[in-house]
Ligand binder design. Structure first.
Ligand code: FAD
Length: 447
């Protein structure tokens, strides 16, 4: 890498040090590639949005809100994030990956410019590149970020709790953070434009979460649009009627847009879809030399999907595999109860003309759930009627975020209902519910 117009050659350059980027870099280095990773924040940025402003701090908040308090969150969020970041840095250094700080953008002729404030850009020429620049929150025009209006990162960075919070957006991030703040004593209202909470998930899961939010004292306004905020009041409109919600702070969590508008994509021959996602085939390749992974690529904006794609494209670009299916991607909301889904859903079964069957067991059927004082939830398996091959699962239960890994294994390994029905599963555990759901689906297949 040199300053000036002359570019030094690099075998593989990764743009972005989030999970997608650093997993790609590690796998490529393990395959013998010489890797440069560029992140806006250099080694301090390793881990990306998930580690610094997303998955990890939000789960510290959720855990401390459940078991401790806000002071414990303030004490723990920094050290947890830094310990994990430092562990990634050690891995990256051990792998011999060169980490460069700067904003990277593509130039014609397989070159990348790296910009740093107050310095001349430097240039590298790449054989292969991996775009892993992630995403940023979408703004609502009537509620520009700033002042009392926060994105998730702003909320997670608060040092003091507000008295009241309005959450605009009833998806995973809004529900998770709204629940945590309500547990900490904040008066929370969740405002959602559609007619249900968690609109991205199976229709049967949201009501469990809605009921638990109600019990926590959270107000939920469905079918309502936020139209402005001033003097501690959020104004809403529903069916032409005006509503008001007390809100010292407003969290806007209505979606994310890919960071592909400032990376010089037009210089590469890669094509952007509507919404700014990079068009790739199954291989993750956007051009023969450039791959795209994570939040810049089609699919759910989730950390584990970014990581899996990172490993896949490293292998594709290193000619280890022509293509590898990243497989079923579990969706999880760390709500109360936790909800999770993988693969085919009840809606898919309903639309399948009888080709798919469903086995559903209510959580109250589980002795373990009852010992935990919980009966609000379900476990469901979705399978092919004739073969019994399990294609999907949904869980609303305590520890659904852990249970869904079992279901993901069943789906990925092509497990059959009869096998799961016949397994000896430990009692009393929540995992037993998979055996009961399999038995229910076997019965449904025979009907
Ligand atoms: C509040 C919140 C909670 C979440 N919780 C979960 C969860 O529980 N589970 C889950 O799976 N997902 C969760 N997510 C989503 C998850 O954070 C993202 O899907 C994941 O971070 C995507 O990884 P990525 O590698 O594509 O990009 P990112 O993690 O966004 O990393 C991109 C990196 O690239 C850098 N960068 C951007 N542009 C450039 C450039 N031009 N040059 C150099 N560097 C650049 C950025 O600074 C960043 O470090 C959550 C997100 C939020 C906001």
């Amino acid at each position: 890498m040199v300053v000036g117009q002359v570019a030094e050659g690099r075998d593989l350059v990764v743009l972005g040090g989030g999970l997608g980027g650093y997993e790609a870099a590690l796998r490529a280095a393990a395959l013998g590639r010489t890797v440069m990773l560029v992140d806006r924040a250099g080694v301090k940025g390793l881990g990306g949005e998930c580690l610094h402003r997303g998955c990890i701090p939000s789960k510290v908040l959720i855990e401390r809100a459940h078991h401790d308090g806000f002071d414990e969150y303030l004490a723990d969020r920094g050290p947890v994030v830094e310990d994990l970041r430092a562990a990634v840095e050690r891995q990256v250094r051990r792998a011999g990956i060169e980490v460069v700080e700067g904003q990277a953008r593509f130039l014609p002729g397989e070159r990348i410019a790296i910009d740093r404030p107050g310095e001349l850009p430097s240039f590298v020429q790449y054989r292969h590149a991996i775009l892993a620049t992630g995403s940023r929150p979408v703004e609502v025009p009537a509620l520009p970020f700033g002042g009392a209006v926060l994105d998730a990162a702003g909320l997670l960075a608060l040092d003091e709790l507000p008295r009241s919070l309005a959450v605009v957006g009833g998806g995973a991030i809004g529900v998770e953070l709204g629940t945590a703040l309500a547990r900490l004593g904040v008066a929370v209202t969740i405002v959602e434009l559609t007619d249900r909470l968690l609109p991205g998930l199976d229709r049967d899961l949201g009501p469990f979460v809605g009921a638990a939010l109600g019990a926590l004292g959270v107000r939920v306004e469905l079918g309502a649009a936020a139209v402005g905020h001033a003097d501690g009041v959020l104004r809403l409109e529903r069916d032409g009627a005006a509503l008001e919600v007390a809100a010292d702070r407003v969290l806007v969590a209505v979606g994310r847009r890919p960071n592909t508008d400032d990376v010089g994509i037009e210089a590469t021959g890669a094509v952007l879809e509507a919404g700014g996602l990079v068009r790739t085939g199954d291989t993750g390749l956007a051009t023969p030399r450039i791959a795209a992974v994570g939040d810049v690529r089609v699919g759910p904006a989730l950390a584990h999907k970014a990581a899996a794609e990172g490993r896949m494209v490293a292998e594709v670009l290193s000619a280890v595999v022509g293509h590898r299916d990243v497989g079923a991607v579990p969706l999880i909301v760390f709500s109360d109860p936790e909800v999770a889904s993988v693969g085919a859903t009840a809606a898919d079964a309903a639309a399948s003309d009888g080709e798919l069957v469903v086995g559903t067991v209510p959580l109250r059927a589980s002795g373990r759930a009852r010992t935990m004082g919980r009966s609000d939830g379900l476990v469901r398996l979705v399978a092919e009627r004739t073969s019994g091959v399990i294609l999907g699962a949904q869980v609303a239960a305590p520890h659904a975020s852990e249970l869904i890994s079992t279901a993901t294994v069943l789906v990925e390994m092509g497990a059959v209902l009869e096998d799961v029905d016949g397994m000896v599963l430990p009692h009393p555990t929540l995992g037993e519910l998979f055996g009961m759901a399999a038995a229910a689906a076997v019965q449904a297949s025979a009907a």
